[in-house]
Design a protein. Sequence first.
Length: 113
Amino acid sequence: QLQASGGGLVQAGGSLRLSCAASGRIPSIYVMGWYRQAPGKQRELVAHITSGGITNYADSVKGRFTISRDNAKNTVYLQMNSLKPEDTAVYYCNEFPTTRFAWGQGTLVTVSS
């Protein structure tokens, strides 16, 4: 099971760091991703990272967000800088692209203008 944490209320331009910890071992071969779902919208992929650290980002967050992982700690991180109100959403992590793990509760990020 994956548990995301680190969300909260922040002003536009602020930063947050999200963490996603697995209750069990995440095979390092898995590509892991951060996803988000804004109110009234479909869940979307924000970023993903391979076991070797190759990253890819949605255009909307490129240059502002950084995904990283610590395989030894079974944890994936998302550093979010220069946050915008449109980043407001519930953030989740899961394997990419099959999302094979059960979705956790996610962590709510609210960016005020």
